[in-house]
Every structure is written in C-alpha cells, then in structure tokens.
Write a protein that binds this ligand. Structure first.
Ligand SMILES: CC(C)(COP(=O)(O)OP(=O)(O)OC[C@H]1O[C@@H](n2cnc3c(N)ncnc32)[C@H](O)[C@@H]1OP(=O)(O)O)[C@@H](O)C(=O)NCCC(=O)NCCS
Length: 285
C-alpha cells in the first residue's frame, strides 16, 4: 500500500494506492461488506470474500489497471478501481465504500482522485455499469459528470462518464461538503459554515509554488480542493490531497508555519486571509 494523501476527513481517512501485496487487507474489507453492497459491486451474492477474486483486483500496473483506497486506522474503507485495454481512451470503473462510511463523500473523493490518475494515463472517460435502482451509484456518477446519460443494456444500466480535463471551480454545495469534512471546522454548525462560504477565496496554484515556508509567519488558512501538495516535515515528506487543511493553529496564534508546503500537481485551494479568519474564529467560539 502506498499512502498518497491525507484527505483531511474528520475521521482521519487517508487516500492510498492499492498494491499487489495488499491481498489480506482487501479480503478483510470484502469480508466486512454487507450482502447488499457486495451485490451492488459484483452483481452477484458472494458467500466468501475469496469469491470477489482479490487476486484479480490486485493485478495492477499503475497505468492500465489502477486502484485507490480510503484507509482508516490501517483498514481499507473504500476502493475505486479502473481498468482498460492498454492505451484505450476509456476505462471501466467500479467503486465500493464500506457500509458505515457510505454517504459521507468518500466515494466522490476516491472517484475524483481516480479520475485525476486516469487523465494522467490518457483516459478521457470512464464506462460504468450499475443496477437501475442503485440510486447511490447513479448519484455518485451524476455528481462527477452532471451531463451523464444512463442507458439500459441487457438488464443493467450503463453510462459513459466524461473525466474533466481540468477540475472546474467548486459549486456552493461541493464547497460546503468539502469544508464540512474538515476537522478544524467541525465545531461550526451547518448554518454558520454556509455563512462562511463566501469568505473562502478559491485559487488555482501551479506545481512548484511554495505555499507556506517552515518558520515563516502564516498569513492564510487553506483547504485543498483538488490536486496535491507535498508537505516537508521533520519526520519526512507527506502529501496533502483534497480536504486536507493547514494553518488553523498558526493563524489563531499568529504563529509560524511548522512545515513547508509545495504544490505538486496543479491545485485548487480554498484560502482565508486574516480578516476572514477572525470572522471564522468568532463563529467557531
Ligand atoms: C455507490 C457508492 C460507491 C457511493 O459512494 P458514497 O461514498 O456513498 O457516495 P458519496 O457520499 O460520495 O455521494 C456521492 C453523490 O451521490 C449521492 N448519493 C449518495 N448516496 C445516495 C443515495 N442513497 N441516494 C441518492 N443519492 C445518493 C450524494 O448525494 C452525492 O451527490 P452530491 O455530491 O450531488 O450530493 C457507495 O454507496 C457504495 O459503495 N455502494 C455499494 C457498492 C456500489 O453500489 N457500487 C457501485 C458500482 S459502480
């Protein structure tokens, strides 16, 4: 397992890339899924986790077959995987989230991160197959590609899902969902958080940009909306992905940045300067 990014969800879920040696973790994940989720993902009931053929799902090459996972306390809580014929512009995608983590935005995070990886590999759309009554899967796909059209095909529903070349600015609902998952803001009620949305400026940042330098005063509170930042920490580098936030404590104490943050892949950040941050602090108590 390669841990890719802290995605900043309040539960401490991180994003990782599945690798060949992760069979036992994957088997445990399948073993915990409800029969309903198993059926939704594999189109048939499974009596034992082995029937999901973890060994096939672990046949990954980082380009034509890629799987990302959400990890919580060392256990897999969600998997998004694509595979394609070598070099093809489209790839078949499937996502499954642990039952108790469904409906909290993790499927969207994983699909978006997988979309970014697929784009890098030259894939411009996903194909997806689901059941007609799978409202959660259709909601997930619709949120990813609002123009998607579902079609009946042999008793199931299929769709071609466009992968954006660049991720568009977040709409108010996406902004709210992103900020709702940030631990620093957990004390704010939904109404207060909605009131604060306009105080976050959305900005695009190029790879190589140093967003914070260790030991320098922090002048902004930032939340990663898309892309990746690397964080140079004394104990080694880390990677921040969508939902990760930095600067809250330093802004509150007018302190300095404990680490250096450098943009790794084109990133979109939600940023709050000092005066807006004061408003946030007064609402957060
Ligand atoms: C389908 C699945 C992967 C979605 O992941 P998730 O983490 O629960 O979804 P999210 O919380 O990220 O929600 C994504 C979107 O779908 C919508 N959605 C989620 N559950 C929904 C439901 N039960 N009914 C309607 N819409 C729903 C959300 O509102 C959200 O849309 P929004 O951003 O416009 O608000 C997950 O429910 C799952 O694992 N289901 C079982 C396996 C499965 O069906 N896999 C699909 C095979 S492709």
């Amino acid at each position: 397992m390669v841990a890719l990014a802290d995605i900043g969800m309040e539960e401490g879920i991180v994003l990782g890339r599945l690798e060949g040696g992760d069979g036992e973790l994957l088997r445990r994940f399948f073993g915990r899924l409800s029969p309903q989720s198993i059926y939704r993902r594999f189109f048939s009931p499974l009596a034992r986790p082995e029937q999901a053929h973890p060994e096939l799902l672990l046949d990954l090459d980082g380009c034509n077959r890629v799987a990302l996972v959400g990890l919580h306390r060392g256990e897999i809580v969600g998997v998004a995987r694509y595979h394609r014929e070598p070099g093809a512009g489209s790839a078949e995608v499937a996502v499954v989230i642990a039952d108790e983590y469904q409906g909290r935005g993790l499927g969207s995070r994983l699909l978006r991160a997988l979309g970014e990886k697929a784009r890098e590999a030259g894939v411009d759309h996903f194909t997806v197959t689901t059941q007609w009554d799978n409202r959660a899967a259709k909601g997930l796909i619709k949120a990813f590609d609002p123009d998607v059209r579902f079609r009946f095909d042999d008793g199931v529903v299929k769709a071609d899902v466009a992968i954006p070349a660049a991720w568009p600015a977040l709409n108010a609902r996406e902004k709210f969902r992103l900020l709702r998952s940030v631990g620093d803001l957990a004390a704010l009620g939904d109404d207060d958080l909605r009131r604060l949305l306009p105080s976050f400026d959305e900005t695009e940042v190029e790879p190589g940009t140093v967003v914070e330098a260790a030991g320098r005063p922090v002048r902004q509170y930032l939340v990663v909306a898309s892309g990746n930042l690397s964080e140079l920490r004394p104990d080694g580098p880390g990677c921040l992905g969508p939902g990760a936030a930095r600067g809250f404590a330093a802004m509150a104490s007018r302190g300095v940045s404990p680490t250096t943050l450098v943009v790794e892949r084109p990133a979109r950040l939600l940023v709050m300067g000092r005066s807006q941050f004061r408003a946030l602090r007064s609402l957060a108590g």
